[in-house]
Design a protein around this ligand. Structure first.
Ligand SMILES: Nc1ncnc2c1ncn2[C@@H]1O[C@H](COP(=O)(O)OP(=O)(O)OP(=O)(O)O)[C@@H](O)[C@H]1O
Length: 254
């Protein structure tokens, strides 16, 4: 059974004051298997954020379904959604989404605090994770006292803490310098090799080139996908090729 199933997803936004309708997604279907690392690329306005919001259960589709581990989001009550998200999904955002008034430790522990987890269990989960991510010396510091790369490692620790079925990352390298980006991509590669399923929206060919499969979205539809035929294959030339076809407004026939 796939970990994530996206079936015939359609999203129509009604613009304010009853104006025009915008079809942001039209009939998108794909599946993601356990342990896959999938990137989503596409031009600005192609529907990437809308799709990510649907996979995150942050917004409801106009038509179609999203299933995680066989459970349809449509069957989850509104008041159960945030606890469902905490239990099954991990989020990594471009701007880190850390709370400035919480130190690094409390930022990481937040999902467990919200789930009423015991102090002992929190400590048992926290320590190996922060050691692995190389942020164990920063636990008492505040987000404004650490670098962008360290903030993103904190966000990754927070995302991994609950052992989620799926990590959803939205432009995770977007606010990082090239060295920190490289380190973050190495980290994603490592956690994926250990079995973590990852979906990442990105504009960066460097980042998408680390995934096993890249889906290209254009005008709310999946235009094509590029997959690695063997684990270390360099698919960046193919990604550049598809992007140039998209920006020229053409169809990709590969
Ligand atoms: N809340 C909304 N109300 C109306 N239209 C919206 C809304 N959110 C997005 N859209 C429209 O839906 C389409 C897809 O937007 P979306 O934000 O998903 O694109 P994107 O690929 O993530 O773009 P970017 O790379 O710039 O973030 C666009 O035409 C956008 O203007």
């Amino acid at each position: 059974m796939p970990i994530l199933e996206v079936k015939n997803l359609k999203k129509i936004y009604q613009t304010r004051f009853g104006g025009n309708q915008v079809e942001a997604l039209s009939n998108i279907s794909f599946t993601v298997r356990q342990g896959e690392y999938v990137a989503i690329m596409g031009e600005s306005g192609s529907g990437k954020t809308t799709l990510l919001n649907m996979m995150a259960s942050l917004d409801r589709p106009t038509e179609g379904t999203v299933l995680l581990n066989g459970k349809s989001y449509a069957d989850i009550r509104e008041d159960e959604l945030s606890s469902f998200r905490r239990g099954h999904l991990g989020f990594v955002f471009q701007d880190f989404n850390l709370l400035d008034n919480f130190n690094i430790k409390d930022n990481i522990l937040l999902p467990l605090v919200l789930s009423d987890c015991s102090r002992k269990e929190m400590k048992e989960k926290l320590l190996p994770l922060v050691r692995k991510l190389g942020i164990e010396k920063l636990l008492e510091k505040y987000p404004y006292e650490v670098s962008g790369g360290q903030k993103q490692r904190t966000a990754v620790a927070r995302a991994l803490l609950t052992s989620p079925s799926l990590i959803l990352a939205d432009e995770p390298t977007g606010a990082l310098d090239s060295r920190s980006s490289e380190e973050l991509l190495k980290l994603f590669d490592e956690i994926n090799r250990e079995g973590q399923t990852i979906m990442m929206v990105t504009h960066s060919v460097q980042a998408a080139g680390c995934a096993n499969r890249v889906l290209f979205i254009k005008d709310g539809k999946i235009l094509c996908e590029v997959s690695k035929r063997f684990p270390d294959e360099d698919i960046k030339p193919q990604l550049f090729n598809v992007l140039s076809v998209i920006s020229a407004g053409g169809k990709n026939n590969e």
